[in-house]
Design a protein around this ligand. Structure first.
Ligand SMILES: Nc1nc2c(c(=O)[nH]1)N[C@H]1C(S)=C(S)[C@@H](COP(=O)(O)OP(=O)(O)OC[C@H]3O[C@@H](n4cnc5c(=O)[nH]c(N)nc54)[C@H](O)[C@@H]3O)O[C@H]1N2
Ligand SMILES: Nc1nc2c(c(=O)[nH]1)N[C@H]1C(S)=C(S)[C@@H](COP(=O)(O)OP(=O)(O)OC[C@H]3O[C@@H](n4cnc5c(=O)[nH]c(N)nc54)[C@H](O)[C@@H]3O)O[C@H]1N2
Ligand code: SF4
Ligand SMILES: [Mo]
Length: 703
């Protein structure tokens, strides 16, 4: 007998509501839930494949311990004790910093990780904390911290009401949006255009998003900063009436000074975008009924991510579009993880990495420094690692060297559901339950959504008795490890910690809802599992909701001023090399969905994309195997010709490169590919410490 159940997809930031048909322990079908007030019935190919993760025989369900070249299943108590014993021993012998922690992307998509993971990471007092943030959105967080006073108080494009939408370095038609929870982006763009609005895309590739836009312009990788600053130049130096900013904003005069020499002509010389277009785009934004500029990973994971994200905010402020309907707006979530302090405001450069002296942000060091912190001897050297839901061997720069560094650790444990390129180095892997087996309330993505909604989704399946939820793993590992440390927190602190770790995530959600003023309760949410609609985003929330001292918005933070000066002095990048950028495909999910048959059938997607003229100039044929070489490494891969790429630019998707020994992912089909991060360079960093993964100089030659 089949029954219908409501579920939720946690594979990307769109957080679509699902309707599952199940028979016993099998998922028979998955579709979008039309009653969901945010996702409105949308589902993408990955959402359907969530059933494949659940059913995958390669997925770990019980702890495993590495024995020789293989794995042996062991019991939970034995596994947890073993990990706690070894982690505590390393800390006792070598100090707190000898333990390295890496947190991957799915942590942001798990309730248990947000309620209980953070307590665990705090209990381990290491400065060697790393995460996918520094190969992703670190510039957004740093700029939000500097300007708005909180790292996750991030304005979201009001796509449903804007009339002019500039998208810089994002491909939401494939990614479904990021730092903008926007399920059913295709339909929302159709609606935007149907009401007479325009979407403009700046991207070195004519992407799926570019193809549904009103306009697309190529921009040379890594040069958006010159373009965005030139737009600010047009709004200030070339405006007949000087721009006004809200009374709560300081620093306009500094902004005007900073952009004075960034002319559209200079932007054209560097980026290839004609000066006349830069001027027109700036004026269209200023004249739009409601306009908004949005930038994402093509820019934040570039050499000037922080300056770009700051410029985006300034463009929205100077055109009166911050905090107003149709512009860049702030959500009013039922659980305000930002306002309640559940997520800290952040800080920057409170300490630096031991080897290269790179600054921390919000307690994390740039992951580009991880390899050297493991390999360089001395006090504070990382000797043991704990990775949680991550795959840095494929997702961070110079992954090949990190791969060998991990092999040399004294001990490594992983909390993960797969043996991947990273976790294959673990001595013990502790696998939690997956999305369909746990309760969910989204503590992160309601904060970033284009509409205010709230939704609680009970687990679709009960977990097997011998499985553990991630929060239970975090709880047990924290308690068992801290019990073995000679340093003890004061008794009161320990009791509070124990109480917090022992309460279930669902209980905590109920408490957090009661703390808010939305009137939403767990009972109400349980009665409406499709979700509650709390209405469109509301304008006019500033300065009240600013987290800065005196509720002032700083338009010219010192760190950015310094980096704009560095940009002004930078040589215009010229190179005979090709510039490598990344890309995402609808059917990929970072590095970890390549076991799904339905996502991997059809044409392979791992090719190097290259313009036909660039191929011809090197006597290379479409489809040939080529060698791509950067400063740090080299890979061999098939090339595909396309004039969707700007000449001089090549593209590889990340998350491929599974052909490493022992990895149980992507092995049964032709999806191994190569890892783009065997080419990206840990020395190429934005001022925030974020890796510049896009715009890496490479040479392409015949094999
Ligand atoms: N060159 C280049 N590199 C990039 C990017 C790029 O655009 N270009 N993008 C970057 C970005 S934006 C990101 S976010 C990172 C992602 O980088 P990572 O977060 O390091 O890697 P993922 O591929 O997301 O791997 C997630 C892991 O979590 C496991 N997992 C899945 N669900 C769960 C769960 O519920 N619990 C636990 N414990 N584990 C789970 C999976 O098995 C997988 O091993 O990659 C970055 N790397
Ligand atoms: N299907 C799918 N969806 C995903 C993911 C996935 O792996 N697969 N991952 C999720 C995650 S973790 C994230 S962070 C988001 C990311 O979401 P997006 O930021 O939308 O990610 P991408 O699709 O990589 O888009 C980045 C775009 O930047 C362009 N670009 C590269 N370099 C430059 C440059 O120098 N300047 C400009 N202007 N553009 C540049 C690339 O051509 C690309 O089109 O996607 C999420 N959604
Ligand atoms: S768009 Fe994202 S959240 Fe929605 S079904 Fe696809 S992967 Fe899941
Ligand atoms: Mo990401």
């Amino acid at each position: 007998m089949s029954v219908k159940r409501i579920g939720v997809c946690n594979l990307c930031e769109a957080i679509c509501g699902l309707e599952l048909t199940i028979e016993g322990r099998d998922v028979v079908s998955v579709r979008g839930n039309p009653a969901d007030p945010l996702s409105r019935g949308h589902v993408c190919p990955k959402g359907v494949a969530i059933a494949d993760v659940y059913a995958d025989p390669d997925r770990l369900r019980r702890p495993v311990r590495r024995v020789g070249d293989g794995w042996q299943e062991i019991g939970w108590d034995e596994a947890l004790d073993l990990v706690a014993e070894r982690l505590a021993a390393v800390v006792e012998e070598h100090g707190d910093d000898a333990l390295g922690i890496y947190l991957g992307n799915p942590n942001a998509h798990s309730l248990g990780s947000l309620t209980h993971g953070t307590a665990m990471f705090k209990a381990f007092r290491t400065r060697n904390r790393y995460s996918a943030t520094s190969v992703d959105q670190l510039p957004h967080q740093l700029v939000a911290h500097l300007m708005f006073g909180h790292q996750l108080f991030l304005p979201v494009p009001d796509i449903d009401r804007t009339s002019w939408f500039l998208v810089v370095g994002a491909n939401p038609m494939a990614s479904n949006g990021s730092l903008m929870t926007v399920p059913d982006f295709p339909q929302r763009v159709r609606e935007l255009r149907a009401r007479g609005g325009r979407m403009v895309v700046l991207d070195p590739r004519r992407t799926e998003t570019a193809k549904v836009a009103d306009e697309h312009h190529f921009v040379r990788p890594g040069t958006d900063a010159w373009v965005l600053l030139a737009m600010l130049h047009v709004l200030t130096a070339e405006a007949t009436t000087p721009p006004t900013v809200p009374a709560y904003a300081d620093g306009l005069a500094t902004v005007v000074d900073l952009v004075a020499e960034f002319t559209p002509e200079r932007a054209e010389a560097v980026s290839g975008l004609p000066a006349a277009e830069v001027r027109r785009l700036a004026r269209e934004l200023a004249d739009a009924d409601a306009g908004v500029v949005y930038s994402r990973i093509g820019v934040s994971a570039g050499p000037w991510g922080t300056v770009c994200q700051w410029a985006v905010n300034c463009l929205n402020v100077l055109t009166g579009n911050l905090d107003r309907v149709g512009g860049a707006m702030f959500t009013s979530p039922a659980i305000d993880a930002v306002g309640t302090g559940l997520i800290g405001r952040g800080h920057h450069d409170a300490w630096r990495s031991r080897v290269r002296g790179l600054p921390e942000t919000a307690g994390e060091l740039p992951v580009s420094a991880l390899r050297e912190e493991i390999e360089t001897p001395g006090e504070g050297q990382v000797r043991a690692m704990l990775t949680v839901a991550g795959n840095p061997v494929l997702s961070t720069p110079d992954g090949a060297r990190l791969d060998s560094a991990l092999a040399g650790l004294d001990f490594m444990a992983a909390i993960d559901i797969y043996v991947n390129e990273t976790t294959r180095h673990a001595d013990v892997i502790l696998p939690p339950t997956t999305a369909l087996e746990r309760d969910h309330y989204d503590l992160v993505f309601h904060l970033l959504a284009v509409r205010n909604t709230a939704r609680f989704t009970p687990a679709v399946f009960d977990k097997d008795p011998d499985q553990r939820h991630d929060w239970q793993i975090f709880r047990d590992l924290t308690l068992r490890t801290t019990a073995r440390l000679s340093r003890k927190a004061p008794l009161r602190k320990r009791l509070v910690q124990r109480a917090r770790l022992t309460a279930s995530p669902t209980f905590l959600v109920g408490q957090l809802l009661r703390r808010g003023s939305s009137g939403v309760t767990l009972t109400k949410l349980r009665a409406r599992p499709a979700g509650l609609d709390l209405g469109p985003l509301r304008g006019g929330q500033l300065p009240d909701r600013l987290h800065t001292e005196g509720k002032r918005l700083d338009l010219a933070p010192a760190l950015v001023v310094g980096d704009v000066a560095r940009l002004a002095a930078a040589e215009v990048p010229t190179t005979d090399d090709l510039l490598l950028i990344g890309r995402r495909h609808k059917q990929d999910c970072n590095s970890w969905m390549h076991n799904s048959e339905r996502l991997t059938r059809g044409r392979p997607r791992h090719h190097l994309l290259m313009h036909p003229d660039d191929l011809a100039a090197r006597d290379l044929a479409d489809g040939a195997r080529v060698r791509v070489t950067s400063r740090v490494g080299s890979v061999e891969v098939e090339v595909a010709a396309t004039d969707d790429l700007m000449p001089g630019v090549v593209s590889l998707p990340h998350g491929y490169g599974h052909a490493r020994e022992g990895v149980l992912m992507g092995r049964s089909r032709e999806v191994a590919g190569v890892s783009v991060n065997d080419l990206t360079d840990p020395e190429l960093l934005d001022v925030s410490g974020n890796a510049a993964l896009n715009g890496v100089p490479v040479a392409v030659t015949a094999c």
